[in-house]
Design a protein around this ligand. Structure first.
Ligand code: KG4
Ligand code: ZN
Length: 293
């Protein structure tokens, strides 16, 4: 429903701006840079954001920075952290629309290693929750339900092959078949727990494959599913056991920002560097803005 999405964007954009300023406890005078999502996303909604950002930038006379939504998910892991990545970085995006693994040899150098062939991981959680009679977003509901469940149902590990690609639509179908088969006997917390376990296990296997292929120095996580304590904890446990890194580096520090950018960064060889993010913002601001987008 692109036209409905556009209407809702128009109706809410002003309130979103007001709330962002209130949350950051600043006024427009304190703004140094204006940024907007250039891609990927629904074109008509992206255009609304672009027009608002351009207007603000013009009015405030501040530089305009276009950003890639997915790259922003990865870079969000550096926000409010006094660390820098050590390169090369393995970046894992787990959101409602995407599941991707990237290699970054330096800043702004995203090389796609693998991605989902069908549904995204968050979409699998959202659709499974709907099959169980809950509403969007399904991720937090599944996480809550799983707290009292056990990994009792054997769900298939999706796309457990040698590639770094993912697949989640088959897993969602397996959930549907299980619901239909078990009917009233279905133990919903057990199903939620089994689903989370299966998702966490496939993420660990793909990350491990990537780490075997190349000596990455950091792992950066981005996307709404990073809010899931079990999935991130499972990944952290695997890394902690395999890599000699201080355990406090694995604690998920969930920070809210636009697009619910829950995030964390796992330095695989942490040196305690303290390079302010502002340097990075300045670098981005110097990039030319494409006039066509
Ligand atoms: O990154 P995001 O806010 O938006 C985009 O998709 O770009 O991610 C939203 C996704 C949804 O699929 C939602 O169910 C999932 O993140 N999510 C979670 C949790 N909180 C949000 N998934 C698992 N556990 C959570 N606690
Ligand atoms: Zn997103």
């Amino acid at each position: 429903m692109p036209s409905l999405a556009a209407k809702l964007h128009l109706a809410n954009i002003q309130e979103v701006l007001k709330q962002a300023l209130a949350t950051a406890q600043i006024t427009p005078k304190n703004i140094d840079y204006v940024t907007y999502t250039e891609k990927p996303g629904l074109l008509i909604c992206l255009q609304i954001g672009k027009i608002v950002a351009e207007t603000l930038s013009l009015y405030l006379n501040k530089p305009l920075i276009k950003c890639n939504h997915l790259e922003a998910h990865v870079y969000a892991s550096l926000l409010e952290k006094k660390i820098e990545w050590d390169f090369p970085v393995l970046a894992l995006i787990i959101s409602g629309g995407h599941t991707q693994l990237y290699q970054l040899n330096r800043h702004d150098n995203f090389f796609l290693l693998g991605e989902t062939c069908d549904d995204a991981i968050g979409e699998c959680l959202d659709k499974s929750a709907i099959l169980l009679g809950y509403s969007y977003p399904g991720g937090p509901i599944i996480e809550q339900l799983a707290l009292t469940g056990k990994n009792a149902y054997k769900l298939p590990l999706p796309k457990d092959d040698n590639s770094l690609d993912f697949s989640f639509s088959g897993l969602k179908s397996a959930v549907r078949r299980l619901i239909e088969k078990e009917k009233e006997k279905l133990n919903i917390p057990d199903l939620a727990c089994s689903l989370q376990y299966t998702l966490a296990e496939i993420l660990v296997r793909k990350v491990e494959k990537a780490l075997k292929q190349k000596k990455f120095a950091s792992l950066a996580l981005g996307g709404g599913v990073v809010a899931n304590q079990f999935i991130v904890g499972y990944l952290a446990k695997f890394l902690r056991e395999k890599y000699p890194i201080p355990s406090e580096q694995f604690k998920p520090e969930l920070v809210n920002s636009t697009d619910k950018l829950y995030k964390d960064v796992f330095p695989l060889s942490y040196e305690g560097a303290d390079k302010p993010t502002i340097k990075r913002l300045k670098m981005l601001a110097d990039r030319p803005i494409c006039s066509e987008c």
